[in-house]
Ligand binder design. Structure first.
Ligand code: ADP
Ligand code: MG
Length: 387
C-alpha cells in the first residue's frame, strides 16, 4: 500500500535526513517508525503526503508513484495526525472535524453528520463536545478530535506523527488502546512515528527501528525484542527487552499444564481419593459445562464429612486470564494474588493453568521461534533448554 524504493532526503544545508530507505507497508497494516530524535522519522512521514519532496528514490501509494499525483488530491487520501493536533482555535470541534469533507465539497449538513459520527467513534459525545472550541477540551480530548478529523473523509492511509506524545502516561495508554480498538474496525494502512519503544511495540503490527536516516531492523515487535538485528537495536530496545516481550507474547494452549480437576457436584470423598492417588495438593473445580468455578485443596477436601461435595469446599478462583492474553497479564495476576499459578480460560471453558516455569518456557520458545521464523508450537523446548 505504501512502498519506499531507495528514498533519500538531503536538506539544502547538506543534512542527510533519510538515506536510501526501502520498505513496504501492507494494506490494513500498522507500522511504527521508532528511533531517537533527529533520526529522520518525521522526514520519512512527510514525504508520503508530499509536504517534503525526496532528493532521490520513489514512493508509491497504492501502486502509484506519488511524484506524479497532485499533492492536494494525494492528501485527501491520506489522513494526518500530529502531536500539536493543529485544530483551528476559532472553529468548533464539530467544524474542525468536518474540515476535510467540507474542503472536498460535501454539503454542510452531510459533512457535519459525518463529523458527529466520527466524534462518536473516538469516544466524544457530539452533542456535548461538538459545539465546544478546542481550548475548552483537555489534551487527551483534543488528540481524539485530531484522530476524528484525520478519519473524517475515510482516507485509506493514515500518518500519525507522535500522536500521543503531548499527554500524560495514563491518558496516553488509554488513547493507545482506544486507537487500537478503532483500528481493528477501520483497518487503515497506518504509519505511526514515535520515539518510545514501549509505544512502538504495543501499537505496531511491525516496527521499523531507525538508526541515523536508515532502518536497522524492520520486523514484528516480538522478533525485534527477541532477536535484535544489530547491537544498536539491542541497545535501543533496552536491557529489559525480555520483560518487554512479555507484553507481546500471547498465551497459547500448548503452554498450559493440566492439573487435576474436580466437579462441583462430585462427592468430596471421591475427589480426595483421586488427589491422593495422584499425589496432588489441590484441584481445579469445574462446573458441569467445563466452566471454571474455583479450586479446592486436598486438605480442605479431607475435612469433609460423608455427605460433602466438592462445591461446598471450593474456593473462588481469583487469578485467571483468557487464552491469547499477553504473558505479562498472567504474570501480573500471579504477583497480584501471590499465586503460584494462574487459570486460563477459553471463553468460559477452563483451558489449563499457567505456572511460572511454563511462562518462562513460553517466552524462551517464542524467542527461538521468532529467530527461526517458525511458529512457537514448532519449537521443541528441549532444544531450547540445551542451547
Ligand atoms: P525525527 O522526526 O526522527 O526527530 P526529522 O525527520 O525531523 O527527525 O529530522 C531528521 C534530520 O534532518 C535531523 O538532523 C534534523 O535536524 C534535520 N532536518 C529536519 N528538517 C530540516 C530542514 N528543514 N532543514 C535542515 N535539516 C532538517
Ligand atoms: Mg519528528
Amino acid at each position: 500500500m505504501i512502498r519506499f524504493e531507495q528514498v533519500s532526503k538531503v536538506y539544502p544545508d547538506g543534512t542527510t535526513a533519510v538515506d536510501g530507505l526501502s520498505f513496504e507497508v501492507s494494506e490494513g497494516e500498522l507500522v511504527t517508525l521508532v528511533g531517537p530524535s533527529g533520526c529522520g522519522k518525521t522526514t520519512t512521514m512527510m514525504m508520503v503526503n508530499r509536504l517534503i519532496e525526496p532528493t532521490s528514490g520513489r514512493i508509491l501509494v497504492d501502486g502509484e508513484d506519488i511524484s506524479a499525483v497532485d499533492p492536494v488530491k494525494l492528501r485527501r487520501r491520506i489522513g494526518y495526525v500530529i502531536q500539536q493536533v493543529g485544530l483551528f482555535p476559532h472553529r468548533t470541534v464539530l467544524d474542525n472535524t468536518a474540515t476535510v469533507p467540507s474542503l472536498i465539497g460535501w454539503k454542510k449538513a452531510k459533512a457535519r453528520a459525518r463529523a458527529a459520527e466520527l466524534l462518536d467513534l473516538v469516544g466524544l459525545d457530539p452533542g456535548t463536545y461538538g459545539p465546544r472550541y478546542p481550548a475548552q477540551l483537555s489534551g487527551g480530548q483534543r488528540q481524539r478530535v485530531g484522530v476524528a478529523r484525520a478519519l473524517a473523509a475515510d482516507p485509506p492511509v493514515l500518518l500519525m506523527d507522535e500522536p500521543f506524545g503531548a499527554v500524560d502516561p495514563v491518558v496516553r495508554e488509554r488513547l493507545q488502546n482506544e486507537f487500537l480498538n478503532l483500528q481493528a474496525t477501520v483497518r487503515k494502512t497506518v504509519l505511526l512515528v514515535t520515539h518510545d519503544i514501549e509505544e512502538a511495540v504495543r501499537m505496531g503490527d511491525r516496527i521499523a527501528v531507525y538508526g541515523q536516516g536508515r532502518i536497522e531492523q524492520f520486523d514484528t515487535p516480538g522478533a525485534v525484542l527477541g532477536a535484535p538485528a544489530t547491537d544498536y537495536v539491542a541497545q535501543f530496545v533496552g536491557a529489559d527487552r525480555g520483560l518487554k516481550r512479555l507484553s507481546v507474547t500471547r498465551i497459547e494452549a500448548a503452554d498450559l499444564e493440566q492439573p487435576p480437576v474436580a466437579r462441583l457436584d462430585e462427592p468430596a470423598g471421591e475427589a480426595t481419593a483421586r488427589l491422593r492417588a495422584g499425589n496432588a495438593g489441590w484441584a481445579v473445580v469445574l462446573g458441569a459445562a467445563g466452566d471454571l468455578h474455583g479450586w479446592v485443596s486436598a486438605d480442605a477436601l479431607s475435612t469433609a464429612g460423608e455427605q460433602g461435595t466438592v462445591g461446598e469446599l471450593a474456593r473462588r478462583m481469583e487469578a485467571w486470564v483468557p487464552l491469547g492474553a499477553p504473558l505479562k497479564q498472567a504474570f501480573s495476576e500471579m504477583l497480584q494474588h501471590d499465586a503460584g499459578w494462574v487459570a486460563v480460560v477459553d471463553g468460559s471453558r477452563f483451558a489449563g493453568v499457567l505456572t511460572p516455569a511454563k511462562l518462562h518456557e513460553a517466552l524462551r520458545r517464542s524467542v527461538d521461534a521468532d529467530a527461526r521464523g517458525v511458529g512457537r508450537d514448532e519449537v521443541d523446548f528441549d532444544s531450547v533448554a540445551d542451547a
